[in-house]
Ligand binder design. Structure first.
Ligand code: 3PG
Length: 213
């Protein structure tokens, strides 16, 4: 699949799903708010099953697997139907597994050395994580300095909110922004679907305003 297709909307909802039964209503709530990309993190036992359920019942949403730490998780993610993978860091083993399974991967990079390593491994879309605690937009811009001409794109994630979203959207080398603020773990556990739809819609409004600038 073309990676650009699911990054076009420029937002990825990072979700921690404790109960598989919440996966489909969550995906539907995001869609109702106009968002069409969700990353289901492998931090809970039901992650793979949640991905499979979303693929089956809400095919309009792109679904990826996050927090991929091992090749085995990559395999589980692919078997469940994941359309992309995300890792908090850069692991050659995870990278090889993703390539063997043709899974587009966004490995986490925060230093120039990691960016160079990711480029050597063939990745062009890198998760900039943890974005806010690593210095946010200023650090990201410094990192883009020596790499902008390579065509590398970043997906800043970690501590970003609706308030800080515009400053990331304004950076041309930012392909998309990841975050959990529109569907925090507690909102999902509380089945706050209307609230999640509202937060997703607000995030999408901020994206559309940024596109008119
Ligand atoms: C992630 O794993 O990508 C982050 O935990 C998401 O970051 P956030 O919860 O601070 O948005």
């Amino acid at each position: 699949m073309n990676t650009e297709a699911f990054l076009k909307q420029r937002l990825i909802c990072v979700a921690v799903i404790d109960k598989v039964d919440d996966a489909v209503p969550l995906a539907e709530a995001l869609l109702a708010g106009g968002m069409n990309v969700i990353e289901v993190t492998f931090r809970t036992a039901g992650a793979a099953e949640s991905i499979a359920q979303i693929r089956q019942h809400v095919p309009q949403i792109f679904v990826g697997a996050g927090t991929l730490l091992t090749p085995d998780q990559v395999k589980q993610a692919v078997d469940a139907g994941s359309q992309f993978g995300v890792s908090p860091g850069l692991s050659e083993a995870v990278s090889r597994a993703a390539q063997a399974n043709q899974l587009p991967l966004f490995p986490g990079c925060i230093t120039p050395t990691e960016v160079m390593h990711a480029l050597e491994l063939g990745w062009k879309h890198l998760k900039f994580f943890p974005a806010e605690t690593a210095g946010g937009v200023n650090t990201l811009k410094s990192l883009i300095g020596p790499f902008g001409h390579t065509g590398v794109k970043f997906i800043p994630t970690g501590g970003i909110t609706a308030a800080t979203l515009p400053s990331y959207l304004a950076i041309p080398q930012v392909a998309a922004i990841g975050g959990s603020w529109m569907a925090e773990r507690k909102l999902v556990a509380d089945k706050a679907w209307t609230k999640i739809s509202e937060l997703a819609a607000e995030a999408m409004r901020i994206v559309s305003v940024s596109q008119t600038k």
